[in-house]
Ligand binder design. Structure first.
Ligand SMILES: [Zn+2]
Length: 399
């Protein structure tokens, strides 16, 4: 299994001959540039080749006029340990998802752990252990931000301080534990926020037996930082209530693959109508009852672009830069100083589309030709997407 310790360094990497550079920035989704320069995992230049210092690179990549975008960020996953999920008893699901262009995943709680502790000291210990384990181990090189405790009744402010002091930065989905009332959730969300811990709330009907309903009034009262799977996980609230959430809350609008697809489109369109497209972020909510979806993020991009009628270059921002900004991540945008996490894509072979963006607007998913994380190539032609028409080539060291 290809696994990197976070200490591995890329040296200088030059990516030239980029055909289309997607920025991840919703205010300017396409960049007028054909070259990226990376030094030890960080972007140091973005521009035209003639304007960049491309000398003495350790690695040169000819993008062969393909599309480069920030690596996709899955805002909502449920990892457990390593590259194993007990949900459908599969191994290798994170590496497989990296082959779908995902370079960062954010845990919404390690809820699938068999025998998951629900007492307060136990749930804190699990969160700290998960945070440490994924910080030390990146399946397929993917950055898994984990250690997201499921809050339970009886937690006090000191518990949130303890978690933050121990390095926990996320809460698992509020509502999956015993805290289901709006006022109670709101108090704990405030404590979490006070100590720099970001919160997500479950929205909609129960996901699996044992989970519960969280309606729009509870979501509004709890005021978590992320309206988790606003399109349900899988059972959605009514479209009217989803639109009301978009309008009355100012928090992130998270849309997931393992949710209601019709309401996914309604939520994204509501955000655009309300002129707050920067609030929309995408996830899979996998692994789930319907399995693991290595291409779930790309499928969401194709769904919202084709059936939702939203330009694909904007939808890619929902899957990259919006999430990075709302979650304070140093990836997801093509900007100097950001992590060199990229997905190289092209129109899938034999797509009816004219080019990659047109093919996505027609409902096809693109072919992934390479994935890079922290400047290190993690896969070439994806084993999971339809084959890309053209793929980048590693030229080796330049002189
Ligand atoms: Zn949920």
């Amino acid at each position: 299994m290809a696994t990197a310790m976070p200490t591995e360094k890329s040296g200088k990497v030059v990516i030239r001959n980029i055909g289309l550079l997607l920025s991840g920035d919703i205010d300017r989704p396409v960049l007028d540039a054909d070259t990226l320069v990376v030094s030890d995992g960080l972007i140091v230049a973005v521009g035209k080749e003639a304007d960049c210092d491309i000398a003495q690179a350790q690695t040169v990549i000819d993008a062969r006029r393909t599309c480069v975008a920030p690596g996709l960020i899955d805002s909502h996953v449920h990892p457990v340990f390593g590259d194993w999920t007990p949900r459908q008893n599969q191994t290798g699901w994170i590496d497989s998802t990296m082959n779908g262009g995902v370079t960062t995943m954010i845990s919404a709680g390690e809820v699938h752990l068999p025998g998951r502790p629900k007492d307060i000291v136990g749930l804190k210990a699990l969160a700290i252990t998960a945070q440490r384990a994924f910080d030390n181990f990146r399946p397929g090189g993917v950055k898994v931000l984990a250690g997201a405790p499921i809050i339970e009744k009886g937690m006090v402010e000191q518990d949130f301080k303890d978690l933050a002091d121990a390095g926990v930065t996320l809460l698992g989905e509020v509502g999956l534990g015993s805290v289901k009332a709006g006022y109670e959730a709101a108090q704990m969300v405030r404590w979490a926020r006070k100590y720099g811990i970001q919160s997500t709330i479950h929205t909609g009907g129960p996901s699996i037996p044992g989970s519960g309903l969280i309606d729009k009034d509870v979501v509004l009262e709890a005021d978590a930082d992320v309206i988790g799977h606003i399109n349900g996980g899988h059972t959605a609230l009514s479209e009217a209530h989803v639109c009301e959430l978009c309008e009355k809350s100012s928090r992130a609008i998270e849309i997931v693959h393992n949710g209601n697809e019709k309401v996914a489109i309604a939520a994204a369109q509501a955000a655009l109508a309300l002129k707050c497209p920067h609030r929309v972020i995408l996830g899979t909510d996998g692994p789930a009852g319907s399995g693991v979806q290595p291409l779930g993020m790309l499928r969401m991009v194709a769904l919202l672009s084709s059936l939702g009628g939203i330009p694909p270059e904007l939808v890619f921002c929902f899957a990259t830069g919006n999430t990075a900004r709302l979650r304070n991540l140093n990836c997801g945008l093509i900007e100097v100083g950001r992590a060199a996490d990229f997905v190289f894509m092209d129109k899938a072979q034999h797509s009816a589309g004219r080019d990659i963006l047109d093919s996505i607007a027609l409902g096809d998913i693109p072919g992934v030709g390479m994935v890079m994380i922290d400047g290190i190539v993690r896969c070439g032609r994806s084993r999971n997407t339809p084959p890309a028409t053209e793929i980048p080539v590693v030229l080796g060291a330049a002189h």
